[in-house]
Design a binder for this molecule. Sequence first.
Ligand code: NAD
Ligand code: LMR
Length: 336
Amino acid sequence: MAATRPVTIAITGAGGQIGYALAFRIAAGDLLGPETRVRLRLLEIPQGVRAAEGTALELEDGAFPLLEAVDVTTDAERGFDGVEHALLVGAKPRGPGMTRADLLGDNAAIFVAQGAALNAAADDAVRITVVGNPANTNALIASAHAPDIPASRFSALTRLDHNRGLAQLANAVDARVDELDGFAVWGNHSASMFPDVSRTTARGDRVTGILGARLGGPDGVREWLVDTFIPRVANRGAEIIEARGSSSAASAANATIDHVRDWSLGSTGTTSAAVRSDGAYGIPAGVFASFPVHAIDGEWVVQEGFEPDAFARDRIDASAAELVAERDAVRALGLL
Ligand code: NAD
Ligand code: LMR
């Protein structure tokens, strides 16, 4: 639903590469639609603030009709004052050879402080999207430090993994991405994630059937999933770091836009987001795990009706166990 009043949106890490890509998409109306005016708060640390100020100058030069105001700040409570959306991007990215969990030591403290600042300053209706890695566990940390904000208002980005899976699958079955439905990514935004095609359809037909006809039946499909599709999606972030020399930026910003737009305006069909588990599908309650979801009336709703077989169960359990281990590591650091 388009708002007639301006909506205030904070982007943390606005001087970084994802923040730069995000700000212009939001100013152009890609997030909340062509009728909703926006006010941007660009939050940075002192080392990044000049870059964010530069972004603010360029935003002004864009003469975006929907952009009402841009404020740059290093003060989190000021940055989050009255915000309805907070996009928590600001965090260190990984380099070649690192896992995202290696970032916990550096990044976890950021989300302690930002959870507390959101709790103190954000609008009652705030929705918080965590992008900075390790995104799932950072969402857990921020939520734990914002006791007055319902945990359902926090989610972490696995839409990029979802989009990556959709694109690979569309190629494999000669369909357009918007002809696919029922695809979902489970678990952690890490190499353990499980991209699940079991309920995916292309133009109404099961993709497992389409692939089976091309790959010699169910065994051929299983082999393709294990050897090609799952590792390609799960390791795409590392593939991009190898190719670009830095981590994904425009595709990450695009996925963030998709995630927040669906959350606010409603989704069509199944998508993926990391939300706080209530124990659904056997994923331990409390961790932020990626589920098949849709968005209704501004809430993520975990989709019912998936029936993970033994193959899926093993992978979902392994990714959930990794999330539990990350939670325990954060507890050991005294941050939960
Ligand atoms: P970047 O280094 O280009 O930018 C990060 C920015 O955050 C920097 O300008 C830095 O000054 C700022 N920053 C650091 N601490 C901050 C704080 N406390 N408050 C405000 N700003 C702060 O990195 P990037 O490429 O934009 O990536 C940002 C994060 O997003 C990384 O952790 C990266 O791994 C993650 N990421 C996640 C996904 C996903 O799908 N979840 C995808 C891509 C990247
Ligand atoms: C991605 O998936 O591209 C990001 O999480 C960046 C990374 O570290 O892989």
